[in-house]
Ligand binder design. Sequence first.
Ligand SMILES: NC(=O)c1ccc[n+]([C@@H]2O[C@H](COP(=O)([O-])OP(=O)(O)OC[C@H]3O[C@@H](n4cnc5c(N)ncnc54)[C@H](O)[C@@H]3O)[C@@H](O)[C@H]2O)c1
Length: 267
Amino acid sequence: MTTLRSSAPTGPFATYPSLRGRRVLISGGASGIGAALVRGFVVQGSAVAFVDVQDEAAAALITELGTESGAVGVAPIYRHCDLSDTGAIPGAVADCIRLLGGLDVLVNNAGNDRRHASDTVNPAEWDELMAINLRQQFFVTQAALPTLRQSGSASVVHMSSIAWRIPSVGLPAYVAAKAGIVGLARSLAFEEGKHNIRVNSIQPGAILTEKQKQLWVTPEYSAEILSRQALRRHLEPEEVVRLALFLAADDSSGMTGQSYVIDGGWV
Ligand SMILES: NC(=O)c1ccc[n+]([C@@H]2O[C@H](COP(=O)([O-])OP(=O)(O)OC[C@H]3O[C@@H](n4cnc5c(N)ncnc54)[C@H](O)[C@@H]3O)[C@@H](O)[C@H]2O)c1
């Protein structure tokens, strides 16, 4: 049986002076890669707000960060927001911006890779999957843009996936949405470049979050992942976070309109 061992390097890793004090909004920050993003930006000394629907997980993360010795930033702010409800987005984003006192970085991380069969998916389910995997990424950004334009050095990072690059089966709406995000990021990069807002996307491969371990990563799938990757170990959420931190920091100041694969060499 394949063990879900990662053996990823443990650091030390980069600290970005430009991220200290930056005001950061992260969607889907209560668990998985999103929680690692919240942790990562807090450790950089950024002021972080995050939205999610998992109130208990969000509260536990804030408590954990308050007692973690590595956390040098202020405690993150949490707002409940069901991002599938487009009408709820402007108020939640405005609330976070008000509490942060502005906005410099937006990470559109929330998503849902719930499986759905091509033979049976109906229009309502398709729309529901698009609402969380593509529509909200646009409307969160739309709500944030007027404030991001005032930053002078803003960065938007969208979470795509390699799912549309590899032969994915059993989640066609998710795959279509993740391909759409790459196009969305490029379009917004060209529209917002004149305001010095950079917009990029990240395409993670198989990232070993708790949810992935519980729901999808069987011993067989684990073995398949390792056989597809060049690196023969599983990737951790923190490895995606380190790419997002770089894209948010001024160290990547010339980079916009691009999409970056982080998948251990799968695609
Ligand atoms: N884990 C992977 O292997 C992997 C691979 C490729 C891409 N990604 C992408 O990276 C991002 C994060 O992945 P993850 O594995 O941590 O996902 P996840 O499903 O574990 O977490 C997503 C977060 O979004 C939140 N969320 C879901 N629906 C929401 C809604 N309607 N309103 C508000 N918040 C909502 C969840 O509560 C959760 O905290 C997603 O966009 C995902 O598609 C993940």
